[in-house]
Design a protein around this ligand. Structure first.
Ligand code: NAP
Length: 483
């Protein structure tokens, strides 16, 4: 039995969070693991204290000290108000890899029972649209930046392969929307294809994310590890949890090189809060992942076995499986798991785990150094309440006095000037694409500022993007319909 006390920060969370966390702590203690819990808070109650980030300083300090957090779900206002304290915690501590395993549970009947689902979604956890950089472009058009870095891609791809090795898994599929978002989603695909040959023992392939969702419903057993970008991973991991019995069963680990955060995939399910009816398995299995992370492999296996015996024997099943009129309480289910510590299920074998070797990727912000780069133009986004033809004529005239020519104007990504055969329904947000007349030149800052000044004289602009050429390749994509 362990003797040194390991400190772990614990956040009970909102809604059903405290019930789930309480169950996990009781079981860990009953298994004899010696943990010093540092209880801290984040989320709804912290917002109410007027702390806009939802994460107070003493919570941050505790996590910096313990480097391990077990947390309940935190409520986030939907469509307004403060940012998600969950996402803030993941990002503050650079927990870049979100590991979301699902495996068929013995005794939980689903349409997929008997097919041996046993897969893991490895989701990039800090970038993508979840960087949360949003701006109103005009009073009627909102924008969210999708930021994907080569560094972020490299970290998540290497983690996926290392994770596959640590768990003795056979394949890693990379799921992206690179057919549409060639530079951002394409960055993950490109990085994956470059790194995969370093892991010749693991089969690898790329799949378009929408087909991946389709395949997951049709033939989920074909997947072992799926690595994907943040938002794709968020959505398909809820889907995968549905394949094995629902959100009540889906644990997750947020791994970074310094800090790891363990929590359920599910949220605070407010309608069940305080009723002692919910399924705490997701948080209990997240705690099992945490125990492995801190080296408590034996206790982790004992608890995992006890959970599986309890589910398999079906004497204590929660309402999400058998209906809330028939299900046992959260506390009775927890008690049963504790009684089953030391027993092994008949139809489920805990796999052999080895510690995951997280990638040690350079911390330098400069991760890619091209041999050549130049600026060949600019996209200037302007607000305009009239038609494309009138805007085009006006902007062309403005460009005459600059080293640039207007190449085209697009509206929500589709070329509308020079006018084509189709007529999209336009919003008041127009991208004016300027390119240098001298096609071999490199636009200077002064030339770009001059262009912006000229446009400002006649139009309200909201942002500017440089058009770059990096190592001879275009650093931007064409508009729909642009030649
Ligand atoms: P949710 O809290 O995950 O609940 C959705 C549904 O999933 C519930 O109504 C329930 O389904 C089922 N469910 C979830 N956990 C369960 C459990 N332990 N046992 C049994 N059933 C469970 O999702 P939401 O309603 O979309 O979000 C509520 C709040 O949680 C929001 O503020 C959201 O931002 C937040 N959230 C937090 C996290 C996090 O902390 N990491 C993650 C997701 C969402 P039935 O209705 O079918 O019974």
């Amino acid at each position: 039995m362990q003797t040194t006390k390991k400190a772990v920060t614990v956040i009970p969370g909102d809604g059903i969070g405290p019930e789930c966390i309480n169950a996990a702590i009781q079981i860990i203690e009953a298994a004899g693991v010696n943990i010093e819990w540092e209880e801290r808070h984040a989320g709804a109650r912290v917002f109410k204290q007027g702390i806009a980030s939802g994460v107070p300083v003493d919570t941050i300090e505790s996590i910096k000290r313990t480097r391990v957090l077990l947390k309940g779900p935190l409520e986030t206002p939907v469509g307004f108000g403060q940012k998600s304290a969950n996402v803030t915690l993941r990002k503050l501590f650079e927990t870049y890899a979100n590991i979301r395993p699902v495996r068929e549970f013995p005794g939980v009947t689903t349409p997929y029972s008997g097919r041996g689902i046993d897969l893991v979604v490895v989701r990039e956890n800090v970038e993508d649209l979840y960087a949360g950089i949003e701006h109103m472009q005009t009073p009627g058009v909102a924008q969210c930046l999708k930021l994907i870095s080569r560094k972020g891609c490299e970290k998540i791809v290497r983690t996926a392969f290392e994770f596959a090795r640590a768990e003795g898994r056979k394949s890693v599929a990379c799921a992206t929307k690179a057919n549409i978002m060639k530079l951002t989603e394409g960055f993950l695909k490109k990085t994956f294809e470059e790194i995969a040959p370093e892991y010749p023992d693991i089969e690898s392939w790329h799949v378009i994310i929408d087909n991946c969702a389709h395949q997951l419903v049709k033939k989920p057993e074909q997947y072992d590890v799926i690595v994907t970008t943040n938002m794709n991973g968020d959505i398909i991991s809820d889907l995968t949890s549905g394949l094995v019995g629902g959100l009540g069963f889906a644990p997750t680990a947020n791994l970074g090189n310094d800090v790891a955060i363990f929590e359920a995939v599910h949220g605070s399910a407010p309608k069940y809060a305080g009723k002692d009816v919910i399924n705490p398995t997701a948080v209990i299995l997240s705690a099992v992942m945490m125990l492995r992370h801190i080296g408590e492999f034996e206790a982790a296996a004992r608890i995992e076995n006890a959970v599986m015996v309890t589910i398999e024997e079906g004497e204590a099943q929660t309402g999400d499986i058998v209906g809330y009129d028939k299900g046992v309480s959260t506390s009775a289910y927890t008690k049963k798991i504790i009684e089953n510590l030391g027993r092994k299920p008949a139809k489920y074998q805990v796999r052999d785990y080895a510690p995951i070797k997280l990638p040690n990727v350079s911390k330098s912000p400069v991760f890619v150094t091209p041999k050549t780069r130049r600026v060949i133009g600019a996209d200037i986004f302007v607000e305009w309440g009239n038609d494309a033809e009138a805007l085009g004529k006006s902007i062309e005239k403005i460009a005459e006095a600059t080293p640039f020519r207007l190449k085209m104007i697009s509206n929500r990504g589709t070329k509308v000037y020079p006018v084509g055969d189709t007529l999209p329904d336009c919003a008041d947000h127009w991208r004016c694409r300027f390119v240098l007349r001298d096609t071999g030149a490199d636009a200077s800052q002064e030339q770009l500022i001059g262009l912006l000044g000229a446009v400002s004289a006649g139009h309200r602009w909201m942002h500017v993007e440089k058009l770059s050429e990096i190592d001879g390749e275009l650093g931007y994509t064409m508009a729909q319909g642009e030649d």
